[in-house]
Design a protein around this ligand. Structure first.
Ligand code: HEC
Length: 242
């Protein structure tokens, strides 16, 4: 019995991917040709039982950014890992960013060229700039598309419709992001909102009663970026009656 159990556990550890598909990782040539992946991927698999393989059609990808999270750098280029929402992929990302993962990256000696570094300065400026750009665009889009009814901020404080919640009030709700992500499906918006490639056209017998809001999902993303950094209303304060 003991022997059988031992064999069983050996089989289990020896084939960690048992029953589970390997995760694919897309890597730029500079990484793929360096030998780094052959060094780190088996070590990760041994630790976690999750198999990751280099795969051009993989669901995870390494790139020179700026999307994803910075994981290692070489010759001044920072590589970022992008994953999709999946617990095994998250585990890989977290491992790469852990002390052990970093040590594993840095313990690799390439045949040619400089070693990879896992402790590096990410150019914060660049990242903030990207976010800021989106935030500013998001504020403009909010004013254009939503400011007719919602108070967006001080700039249109007097213009909103009294019965419509201000963005600051919506921002104070715990699930504000879900509401914004789905606003086009929440009343009263469907009757006048068109999101490219998302919403069906207005029914022929029910045209938009007002000048329609026409926008893209990218626009909505920018609006959400703006709302995410705006000050939420203090709902604990006494209600200000108009
Ligand atoms: C024509 C007026 C109008 C326009 C334009 C408008 N809204 Fe609204 N919105 C409303 C009203 C009215 C409500 C309140 C609905 C309620 O309380 O049932 C609302 C509610 C919301 C809510 C909360 C929905 C919920 O059910 O939780 C969100 C989020 C929202 N709007 C986002 C937006 C965004 C983003 C835009 C611009 C892209 C926008 N709205 C444009 C009138 C408008």
């Amino acid at each position: 019995m003991r022997f059988v159990l031992l064999c069983l556990s050996l089989t289990l550890t020896a084939s960690p991917s048992l029953g589970q598909q390997a995760l694919g990782l897309v890597a730029p040539e500079a990484v793929a040709n360096s030998g780094l992946l052959q060094h780190i991927l088996p070590r990760f698999s041994l630790k976690t039982g999750i198999r990751v393989i280099a795969d051009e059609a993989g669901e995870m990808s390494l790139s020179a950014g700026p999307e994803g999270e910075p994981v290692f750098a070489r010759d001044g280029v920072v590589f970022y890992l992008s994953i999709t929402e999946d617990s095994r992929q998250e585990r890989f990302r977290d491992w790469l960013r852990s002390d052990i993962g970093k040590r594993t990256v840095e313990s690799f000696t390439p045949d040619q060229g400089a070693p990879f570094s896992a402790s590096f300065e990410v150019a914060q400026d660049q990242i903030e700039l990207v976010i800021d750009g989106n935030v500013i665009l998001g504020e403009e889009l909010s004013m254009t598309h939503c400011g007719r009814c919602h108070v967006i901020g001080p700039k249109n404080r007097m213009n909103g419709l009294g019965s419509t919640p201000s963005f600051a009030v919506l921002r104070a709700m715990p699930n504000w992001s879900e509401r914004f992500e789905a606003f086009f499906a929440l009343n009263p918006h469907p009757s006048f909102t068109q999101i490219e490639d998302v919403t069906p056209p207005f029914a022929a017998d029910r045209p938009s009663p007002i000048h329609p809001v026409e926008m893209t999902l990218d626009d909505l993303e920018a609006i959400i970026a703006f709302v995410s950094v705006m000050d939420a209303a203090d709902l604990g304060a006494p209600l200000q009656l108009q």
